[in-house]
Design a protein around this ligand. Structure first.
Ligand code: COA
Length: 170
């Protein structure tokens, strides 16, 4: 199943709401997203992404046949970390395990390295999120280490893993 990444459209809000109104999915993300997640929440997010600074925020819908089934973004960090950026992503549960996110991660990293001065893209999945770790490995990220007791999620203190993809030296 082939996927694309493309700019968000306001008309994706309902699909985004359906994807994110899923506890299994949100259990693997940071806190702060509304639950259930409404179309209005989706519109707010999409508007924020469309008006975000184009030098710092690279946010795309992950699509199959142009339907938004997920989200992927790279956010440039600040100060001395301004040439590094954090990667985050999710797709609707119906589409898990079909190789889709691996393709999307490869696409966004290629885009960011080809179009910006960013030299390092990193991701910090929860240590127990084996599917996400596997996606990063398949997309060429290197495992850099275990971040012990780095977060609290659903009242449990948990470890995270640091993965990074480094821009090839030319
Ligand atoms: C993590 C997520 C993005 C993966 O997307 P996906 O499109 O299903 O990923 P892919 O199909 O490209 O690859 C998944 C890999 O993980 C493996 N995998 C899946 N579940 C697994 C598990 N419980 N244990 C070990 N490996 C697992 C799959 O077998 C596959 O590897 P393979 O190709 O070697 O067989 C998706 O599950 C998701 O949206 N989860 C909820 C949100 C989330 O976790 N976001 C990331 C936060 S860091």
């Amino acid at each position: 199943m082939y996927c694309n990444i493309r700019k968000w459209r306001l008309s994706d809000a309902a699909d985004l709401a359906e994807t994110l109104s899923n506890k299994n999915l949100q259990d693997n993300l940071r806190d702060g997203l509304p639950f259930p997640y409404t179309e209005k929440d989706g519109l707010q997010y999409i508007n924020a992404m469309l008006s975000a600074d184009k030098n710092n925020t690279f946010a795309f819908a992950v699509t199959i046949d142009d339907k938004a089934i997920g989200s992927i973004s790279v956010f440039r960090q600040g100060n001395i970390h301004r040439l590094t950026a954090e990667l985050g992503y999710y797709i609707a549960q119906n589409y898990w395990g079909k190789g889709i996110m691996t393709q999307a991660v490869k696409q966004i990293c290629e885009y960011v390295f080809n179009n910006t001065d960013i030299v390092r893209i990193y991701a910090e999945p929860f240590a127990y999120n084996s599917a996400s770790c596997r996606v990063l490995e398949k997309a060429g990220f290197q495992y850099e280490g275990l971040l012990k007791q780095n977060a609290i999620k659903n009242d449990k203190v948990i470890d995270m893993k640091m993965y990074a993809l480094i821009k090839a030296q030319t």
